[in-house]
Write a protein that binds this ligand. Sequence first.
Ligand code: FES
Ligand code: FES
Length: 238
Amino acid sequence: MSKRKSEISRRQFLEGTGAVLAVATAGPALNATSNATPPVADEVAAEVPTTSIRLVVNGVEHRVDVEDRWTLAELLRDHVGLTGTKIGCDRGECGACTVLLDGKPVYSCSNLAVWADGREVQTVEGLAHGDQLDPLQQAFVEHDGPQCGFCTSGQLMSAKGLLANNPHPTAHEVRAAMTGNICRCSNYNHYVEAVLAASVAKNGSGRSAASKKSITGVTAAKSSRSKTVATTGAGGAR
Ligand code: FES
Ligand code: FES
């Protein structure tokens, strides 16, 4: 008797479970039908967390409400207006986006903007003093460093970080320091020559770009373009 009662109970249990499963399975479908309207873009954007940060860029303090997903490159280019920093690969491979963060070269495409809170950033726009090129920029111009121009600002910043810590590097040390900066036109020897030349230039010896009309081995037109690239990173595509 007790066995039969037990079997009925088990059958009833299974039948009940099936009904519950059927309802549970149908539930999401019914809900999906009733909530078919996807969230609008504004609602999605409103959900993005933001953080208020303070950072110093090229000696100027900025207080910015940044979305936590922004990269440092996005912050610099799209919200501070410094487009000399370029985005090449956008995934930490080419070095075009290199800036100095507290004096250390970093890929700004691979650093979040919020990580720069309370820190100092230097970009290519911060190298020259008015019309006076940084000796490193001047050396890049004289040694025909900028080719495509897109990667030049990143190369300059890596070299700047190197010379700040090692004012008189060997050619091997220059190459090692700039292995993270890819140049598809293979202009590497010119970069190394430029950095070595800058390393022997004395502080404040950078020549006025305006007073230098002709540079040995470089046409006036080309040197003018090189100067622009080396100063602002403006080498073509924004
Ligand atoms: S754009 Fe950052 S490493 Fe290429
Ligand atoms: S100078 Fe830009 S890829 Fe070589």
